[in-house]
Ligand binder design. Structure first.
Ligand code: PLP
Length: 395
C-alpha cells in the first residue's frame, strides 16, 4: 500500500490542507541509504577498500589521530559493560553547549534516537519537510503513526519551506503532533536560518507540536544551529551525529538534546548499554580535537567550491549550492540517475541515486565531497558518461 502516490508525485501541504504523501499506520518501507560499501564490494567481487564512496557524506579527512588513539586506549575496557549514562561525554557536551546535562541523551547513532522519538512521544501524525532523509518516515510508521510531506520545490532551488510550514501549523487542521526538519537538509544541501527555525518552533509550541531538527550536518554551518536554544523552546528537539563531520559511521554514536521531561521519557525507551565503550571514547576525543575540526572545515570549504566548479563545466549538469559536505546535482535529460549511478558503480565509484526520494526527480544524484584526487576521478568519469564516451547499461 505504500507509497499511496508515486514517490515523485507527493503533494505539498497548502495553507489550510494537506495534499498527499500519507503513509498508512504501521506500514514501513526500507529505503536504501548511501554508504553500503559491503554490498558494492560483494557485487563487484572486490575488497571494500577498492571503492571510493561518494554515496555517504563523511568527512574526507577521516577521524582525527587523537580519536584513533583514544579508541586504542579504550580497547582493554571492552571486557566491561560501557558506561550506561555516557557520563563523561554528556558532561563535555553539556559544558560546551552551556546547557544542563539533563537535556542530553546519547544514542547508537542519531538513527537510534530518530527511531525512539515517535514511540516515546507518541507521534501519530508528523509533517516532514522534504525532500529529505527517509528514516523520519520509517520511524513514525514503525510507531504506527502517519506522515505528510511538505516538499521544497525545484523552482525554489529546494529552499526549505519553513514559511509554508508555519502557515500549516498556524491552523493545524491536520492535527500534526510533530514536525521533522533536517538542517542543513540532506540530500538538498539547503539550510534554513536559525531564526526561521526558532519561529517555526515558536508556532509549534503554541500548537503543542514537537519540532525535531536533525542537525547531523550542522558542524559545517554552526551559525544556523538552534541547539543552544533548546532550554528556551518547550517543544524543540535537536538530533546530532558523530557520523558525518567526525567521520565515525562505523562506531555508531549520536545525541539528542531536548526538554528535560521528554528526554527522560525517551531514555526509558532506549535499550540498556546501546552506546559502546569505543564509541564513547571516540566521540569524547573528537570533541576535544579543535584543530582537526578547523582543518576539516577549511578543507571542505575549499574543496566543495572546487568540486562544484569542476562539475559545472560538464555540459547540462545543474549543481545546487550546498551548506554541508555534499552536492545535489541534476543530470541533463535523457540521462537517468539510476543508470549513471550504475555506470559509476562499475568503475568502483559510489554515488547516491536520489530518484527514489519523494520530492526529487529521476535525474537527481548526491555526491559527497571527498579528497581532491578522488573528486578529480569522479569528475572525469561523470564527464565521460555525460558526453556519451562511457557506456551505460540501461536495464
Ligand atoms: C540527515 C541524516 N540524519 C541522520 C542520519 C543517521 O546518521 P547516524 O545514525 O549515523 O548518526 C543520516 C545518515 O545518513 C542522515 O543523512
Amino acid at each position: 500500500m505504500y507509497p499511496r502516490r508515486p514517490a515523485r508525485d507527493v503533494g505539498r501541504v497548502r495553507p489550510g490542507g494537506a495534499a498527499g504523501g500519507g503513509t498508512a499506520p504501521g506500514v514501513t518501507r526500507r529505503d536504501h541509504h548511501g554508504g553500503d560499501i559491503y554490498a558494492a564490494a560483494r557485487d563487484l567481487s572486490c575488497s571494500p577498500s577498492r571503492l571510493i564512496d561518494f554515496s555517504a557524506s563523511i568527512n574526507p579527512l577521516g577521524p582525527s589521530k587523537r580519536v584513533l588513539r583514544a579508541v586504542a586506549k579504550a580497547l582493554p575496557l571492552t571486557c566491561h559493560y560501557p558506561d550506561p549514562t555516557c557520563h563523561d561525554l554528556v558532561t563535555t557536551l553539556a559544558s560546551s553547549w552551556k546547557l544542563d546535562p539533563v537535556h542530553f541523551l546519547i544514542g547508537n547513532g542519531s538513527s537510534e534516537l530518530i527511531h525512539l522519538l515517535p514511540r516515546a512521544l507518541m507521534i501519530r501524525h508528523a509533517l516532514i519537510l522534504g525532500p529529505t532523509f527517509s528514516e523520519y518516515e520509517r520511524a513514525v510508521a514503525n510507531a504506527k503513526g502517519r506522515v505528510t510531506y511538505l516538499h521544497a520545490t525545484r523552482k525554489d532551488g529546494y529552499r526549505i519551506p519553513v514559511t509554508q510550514a508555519i502557515t500549516a501549523l498556524r491552523t493545524n487542521r491536520n492535527r500534526f503532533d510533530a514536525l521533522f526538519l533536517c538542517n542543513p537538509n540532506s540530500p538538498t544541501g539547503q539550510v534554513a536560518s536559525s531564526q526561521d527555525v526558532l519561529d517555526l518552533a515558536g508556532m509549534a509550541a503554541r500548537r503543542k507540536v514537537w519540532v525535531v531538527v536533525d542537525e547531523s550536518f550542522a558542524e559545517y554551518c554552526e551559525g544556523h544551529s538552534v541547539l543552544g536554544s533548546v532550554a528556551r523552546a518547550p517543544r524543540l528537539m535537536v538530533v546530532r551525529s558523530f557520523t558525518k563531520f567526525y567521520a565515525l559511521p562505523g562506531l555508531r554514536i549520536g545525541y539528542l538534546v531536548g526538554p528535560l521531561k521528554a528526554v527522560a521519557r525517551i531514555r526509558q525507551f532506549q535499550a540498556p548499554w546501546s552506546v559502546n565503550t569505543l564509541a564513547q571514547a571516540a566521540a569524547q576525543a573528537a570533541l576535544e580535537d579543535r584543530r582537526h575540526a578547523q582543518r576539516s572545515l577549511s578543507f571542505m570549504h575549499r574543496e566543495r567550491t572546487r568540486l562544484a566548479k569542476a562539475l559545472s563545466v560538464i555540459p547540462g549538469l545543474h549543481i545546487f549550492p550546498a551548506a554541508a559536505n555534499f552536492l545535489l546535482v541534476e543530470l541533463p535529460a535523457p540521462l537517468e540517475a539510476s543508470h549513471v549511478t550504475q555506470a559509476l558503480h562499475q568503475q568502483s565509484l559510489l554515488i547516491r541515486d536520489c530518484s527514489s526520494i519523494p520530492g526529487l526527480n529521476g535525474r537527481t544524484i548526491r555526491i559527497a565531497v571527498r579528497t581532491t584526487t578522488e573528486n578529480r576521478r569522479l569528475v572525469g568519469a561523470l564527464s565521460r558518461i555525460v558526453k556519451g564516451r562511457s557506456s551505460i547499461n540501461r536495464v
